[in-house]
Design a protein around this ligand. Structure first.
Ligand SMILES: [Zn+2]
Length: 433
């Protein structure tokens, strides 16, 4: 019995070796992406007729098409009528959540349902041209499972950094406050005090978190808390940041109110999400600490046009919406660094590129600056500058095509007809007709 098993194992190993060889041979073939124009998101240059050479999941070279003839075994992709650019990045998504804030719907959510919702939204987001996302808050580590299944190639979706459940104080934005005391329900990463937050950071990392998400202030879509009030103390956030950074994880802080923004930035978090009541003091602190600002601004426009929130959230949404845009504009004018984040899930997934339109046509960024928030800036915030954010040799082959020049009209980014991620084409409306 034992010998037979050994023989089987030996045969299996040989088989695996053969498979490994054939996979290597396969990935060594080149894909030549022929571009009309290739947008350099660092400089804004758009040289014509460039060819991106893709080998396996990486970009291996870029050269003028005229000097890059097709060789035997090469595959060609004709995007000569399009502007080609790096896949976009959204640093604030909730792929495993649906845009439904009915309290009963929330209470009946299960890990299985969340996971299935995530599968659907990962595909929608990727097909919208977002080849990388940072998922900031999900129950039961459904975001970690989603990331792993995408990476294993079982389902289509963007590259993901996942946080797992967001840390917050008892009764705060990250807690579950819909039910009375007798039910004893609480948010999954509620942690109060230095020792508890340290433990929670370590637990999130233990179960697969790539980053840590925290609630620095109250929020809008939660019962009984105040967006303007700070939640974690400076000392608690310092403890969170110290542990997360020591263990190689960034920290994203949900923060609306001025005091929470100030403390979170002082504590050394890597990004302030929302920033609705960002004031001069907060702006100065964020500049001093090089803290990124993630505006999540399009949701205000979407809410005003289509939103149907339950009554218990309506006034908070109104209050926050009344101030967020003018404060964001002030912060951007003052030179605070911005990374594109949408909070997709508050409105339907796949509309992520609308965020850039707000930055450009309401906050006064140039189109190139707007595109940079969703490429090189977002990559920098995620610590992934070595793999995403530009079309350059050595990076993942994450490439989208735009029909027209996005530097003339960033609204064109809302309709992406071609998406390649890691060298695999996930959407192609160019060659469909
Ligand atoms: Zn969010």
């Amino acid at each position: 019995m034992r010998t037979t098993n050994h023989r089987k194992l030996y045969l299996l190993l040989i088989l695996l070796q053969i498979t490994a060889v054939s996979v290597t041979a396969q990935t060594a073939t080149r894909t030549l992406v022929r571009t009309g124009h290739l947008l350099n998101v660092k400089t804004g240059a758009e040289p014509a007729a460039q060819t991106i050479i893709v080998t396996g999941d990486r970009i291996t070279a870029i050269a003028p098409t005229a000097s890059t003839p097709k060789q035997s075994g090469d595959t060609e992709i004709d995007l000569t009528k399009y502007t080609v650019m790096p896949g976009l990045i959204d640093v604030h998504t909730h792929l495993t959540m649906a845009p439904n804030f009915d309290p009963y719907y929330e209470l009946t959510m299960t890990p299985a349902k969340e996971a299935i919702i995530g599968v659907e939204n990962a595909k929608i987001t990727l097909e919208a041209g977002f080849t990388t996302v940072r998922n900031v808050g999900a129950n039961d580590y459904t975001d970690v499972a989603l990331r792993d299944e995408i990476n294993a190639g079982h389902i289509p979706g963007p590259h993901m950094q996942a946080s797992g459940p967001a840390l917050g104080i008892t009764g705060g934005h990250m807690d579950e406050n819909l039910l009375p005391f007798e039910y004893h329900v609480h948010g999954q990463a509620v942690a109060d005090g230095i020792a508890a937050v340290q433990h929670q950071v370590r637990e999130n990392i233990k179960y697969g978190a790539d980053l840590i998400k925290i609630g620095a202030t109250g929020g809008v879509l939660s019962k009984g808390d105040d967006p303007q009030a700070s939640q974690y103390t400076l000392e608690e956030m310092q403890a969170i940041v110290a542990d997360a950074h020591r263990l190689g994880r960034k920290v994203a802080a949900h923060a609306h109110g001025g005091q929470g923004i100030l403390w979170a930035s002082e504590a050394g978090v890597d990004s302030i999400e929302h920033g609705s009541y960002l004031n001069d003091e907060g702006i100065a602190m964020m500049k001093k600490h090089s803290t990124y600002f993630v505006p999540t601004a399009y949701l205000i426009d979407w809410m005003q046009e289509f939103g149907k929130l339950p009554p218990l959230y309506q006034q908070k949404m109104k209050d926050v919406s009344a101030v967020e845009k003018q404060n964001a504009t002030k912060a951007i004018k003052a030179g605070v660094k911005v990374a594109l984040g949408t909070d997709a899930a508050v409105y339907p997934h796949g509309l992520n590129a609308h965020e850039i339109d707000v930055y450009v046509n309401q906050f006064g960024m140039s189109p190139l600056q707007g595109i940079q928030t969703g490429t090189i800036n977002a990559a920098d915030l995620m610590g992934w500058t070595d793999r995403v954010g530009t079309v350059e040799p050595g990076k993942w082959a994450d490439i989208i095509a735009i029909d027209g020049d996005p530097l003339k009209d960033v609204k064109l980014l809302q309709h992406v007809p071609f998406v390649m991620k890691s060298g695999i084409v996930y959407k192609d409306e160019v060659h469909k007709q």
